[in-house]
Design a protein around this ligand. Sequence first.
Ligand code: SF4
Ligand code: SF4
Length: 317
Amino acid sequence: MCTCGNDNNNNCNSRRDFLLTGLLAGAALAGCSDKNPFTPDSDQQAAPSGEKVKLLSVDGEIIEVDKAFLKPVPDTHHLTNAEERKGIAGKSFVMVIDLSRCKNLKKCQSACNHMHHIHPGQNWIKVYPMKEAEHTAPYWQPTTCMHCDEPPCVKVCPVDATFKRQDGIVSIDSDRCIGCRFCMAACPYSTRVFNWEKPDLPEEIENMPYSCETSMPQKKGTVGKCDFCPDMVRKGELPHCVSACPNGVFFFGDMNEDSVSNGAETFRFSELVKDKSGYRLMEDLGTKPRVYYLPPVSRNFPFENGLENDNDKNAKY
Ligand code: SF4
Ligand code: SF4
């Protein structure tokens, strides 16, 4: 069912296209008072086709225009909430994070924060300093939402605001979220953040309708988290953190295609995690994360190279 309440999507799309075309035509009319915008310019090649199209003007009048003089309308298809919740058919998204390459540059974090307009002070990607034991070397560990296949957050949400898509992504519908924070308590990876305050958003973002694909605009009193950038992925592009990392730490891809890429290198997912002894965090909990880690062996940078970007400069690692 379409958002306008019409059960017939074809009818609804046709009507929407008609109205949009009409609005564009109307806007052109309003901007040129002394000239009919549908009269071809002297340098315009189009000849009248004789085929008339009815348009709705901004004044609410039906006008007739020769089809040859219409300009193509860019693709204005907006996904319905149902389409966003369903996800991308045939895909099974996965991420691989190579810990041997991370030097805590936090470009991933700043790109994610910037592109999602996250509230200042909040981060959906965290980079933790890690050290397993007294005599082992420290390393940096970026974390995202793990997009678990058995997500405890989804199981506890009382209003179906957080949900699992067919492509593996765990997403949040802020229009449904009531801010109970059950999901935050249930997530063993502490990945979710609560919007205690109204996020500081540009006007054009604030006035947009909420989209589960972009996770924007974030709203006061709701929960946010890494969303694997489904809007980018749908366009065939990589999530923002993957593209932003100059060290190629993040690989993203599709398990069905058995392929992951950091933009510069592409690997078979199964071979990469097998050859480099990949693992998942807290495997024993049975959450089945979609984020795999490659161990921090033969590291590209000494741990100390990232200390200048760490918030807690007095910490001892
Ligand atoms: S990491 Fe946490 S928020 Fe993400 S899917 Fe798993 S339980 Fe849910
Ligand atoms: S805070 Fe929102 S998303 Fe989380 S469990 Fe409550 S209603 Fe669901």
